[in-house]
Design a protein. Structure first.
Length: 227
């Protein structure tokens, strides 16, 4: 069995995804990248489709005495809102009540605001209600963060929800498929070990890179006719 050829880098993977998405007749799309690795992928898609690029920031809410175990996730919303996606089984087993969850969520909501301010100078999220929302990352492993992001986006009223990633395990995509209208994934290697091994260049994307790419996307969008 031949091993899949790694993507040279995230930008190349983004251009390949963009080629697939360009033929899908997507109405009024906006690209939403999960930071930080999803941003260089999303930038190439936004360029090809000539549409806005924004971030969708998701924070895990861990069980206090076992932070790696997610009791819920909080997805930034439009305006002052946010969506809390609960893991009811974990909350029940951990004995977490709603007031405790609310307190934990407040902490993560502040971190979301801090990150949006750092990356986008506090600019409000691009509206998604009634639009085609294209959620992008550089790959999916377990899918927990992406699942929360998709549920949050659906609650925000996206007319069509598209998940676009370069690489993911097949079983994860099967689990996520009911949450979206369309799913585009370039490769589903079996067995799946880690996202990074499917890229030749998989360096950690720095905050300064994220800021520069978002600024470039905003500038290019404003330069388009009618922008």
């Amino acid at each position: 069995m031949n091993e899949p050829v790694p993507f040279p880098d995230r930008a190349t993977a983004g251009r390949l995804l963009a080629d697939r998405l360009a033929g899908m007749e997507l109405a009024d799309p906006v690209v939403l990248a999960l930071p930080r690795g999803g941003v260089p992928v999303g930038l190439e898609i936004a360029r090809k489709l000539a549409v806005p690029l924004d971030l969708l920031i998701v924070r895990k809410i861990g069980v206090p005495w076992q932070p790696e175990l997610a009791a819920a996730a909080i997805v930034e919303g439009e305006g002052e809102g946010a969506e809390v996606v609960r893991n009811d089984d974990v909350m029940r087993l951990a004995g977490l009540d709603e007031p405790t969850l609310d307190k934990l969520a407040d902490k993560e909501l502040r971190e979301i605001a801090r990150r949006r301010d750092a990356y986008l100078a506090g600019r409000a999220p691009v509206p998604t209600a009634g639009r085609t929302a294209i959620l992008v990352d550089d790959g999916i492993a377990t899918g927990a963060t992406v699942r929360a992001a998709l549920i949050g986006l659906r609650r925000r009223g996206a007319a069509r929800l598209v998940l676009a990633v370069p690489v993911a395990p097949r079983e994860t995509l099967v689990a996520l498929r009911p949450l979206v209208d369309d799913l585009v994934c370039l490769t589903t290697p079996e067995p799946f070990y880690a996202i990074g091994i499917h890229y030749r260049d998989f360096h950690q994307v720095g905050d300064d890179e994220v800021v520069a790419m978002l600024d470039a996307a905003r500038r290019e969008t404003s330069e388009q006719p009618g922008g």
